[in-house]
Ligand binder design. Structure first.
Ligand code: 5GP
Length: 198
C-alpha cells in the first residue's frame, strides 16, 4: 500500500536493525485519514469471507481495526493487556511475550464477546516474531470461533512470524513488508505478499 510505505519512508525511524519507530502516525499520534484508508483496504481484501468480528490487541491495533470494522460493518474487540476491575466476567486468555516491551502479558477477551458463531479477522500494527498474533489466535480458538485471516500494517519480513503463520495455513496480508532495517534506512520487499489460505 503506497501511502503507508510513503509515510514510513518519510516519518519512520529505524531505531536499530530490528525496531522501527512510527509514533508520528500509528504508535502515539495517529493519522486518522491514513487509518481510514487502511481500514478500507483490509475490508476490501477480506470482503465476502463472512467476517463477524474484528479482533485486535490494545493499544496500537485499535485505530486501524476500528476503521476495518466500520467498513465491514461488524463490531471490533480489542484484547486487554492488563487486568481491569471492570473486566470481571469469564475471560479467555493467552500469554504473550511483547517484542518491544520485552515482558510477558496475559491478554484477555471477555467470553461474552466471542463464540463458536464468530468468524474473526485479526488486525495488528506490526508482525515480528508472531507472538501477538499467536496469542490472539489462541484466544479465538478458546472461544470456539474461527479465523478468516490476519491483516498487518507493517510486517518485518526478516523476522519469522509471517512465515510461521502462513505455514500454518493462515491468510496473512501485510500492507508494507520490510526486508531490512538499518539505522536511518528502511528497505521494503519488492512485492506485498498475498497468500491464500491452504
Ligand atoms: P510479535 O509479537 O509479532 O513479535 O511483535 C508484534 C508486536 O510487537 C506488535 O503488536 C507491536 O506492538 C510490537 N512490535 C514488534 N516490532 C515492532 C517494531 O519494530 N516497532 C514497533 N513500534 N512495534 C513493534
Amino acid at each position: 500500500m503506497e501511502n503507508l510505505k510513503k509515510k514510513i519512508k518519510q516519518e519512520g525511524i529505524a531505531l536499530s536493525d530490528s525496531v522501527l519507530k512510527v509514533d508520528t502516525f500509528l504508535n502515539h499520534q495517529v493519522d486518522p485519514q491514513l487509518m481510514k484508508e487502511i481500514g478500507e483496504v483490509f475490508a476490501n481484501r477480506f470482503a465476502n469471507l463472512g467476517v463477524t468480528k474484528v479482533v485486535t490487541l490494545e493499544s496500537s491495533g485499535i485505530a486501524p481495526a476500528v476503521f476495518t470494522a466500520l467498513t465491514l460493518n461488524v463490531p471490533l474487540i480489542f484484547a486487554r493487556k492488563k487486568k481491569s476491575l471492570t473486566l470481571n466476567e469469564d475471560l479467555l486468555t493467552a500469554d504473550v511475550y511483547s517484542y518491544t516491551k520485552q515482558e510477558s502479558n496475559t491478554i484477555s477477551i471477555s467470553s461474552k464477546f466471542l463464540s463458536e458463531q464468530d468468524h474473526v479477522l485479526l488486525i495488528d500494527d506490526f508482525l515480528a516474531n508472531g507472538q501477538a498474533a499467536e496469542g490472539l489466535l489462541e484466544v479465538v480458538t478458546k472461544a470456539g470461533a474461527t479465523t478468516a485471516g490476519i491483516g498487518i500494517l507493517i510486517e518485518k519480513a526478516f523476522q519469522d512470524g509471517g512465515k510461521r503463520l502462513r505455514e500454518k495455513g493462515y491468510r496473512v496480508e501485510s500492507l508494507a513488508m520490510i526486508s531490512e532495517l538499518e539505522a536511518g534506512k528502511v528497505t521494503f520487499t519488492e512485492e506485498e505478499i498475498m497468500y491464500e489460505s491452504i
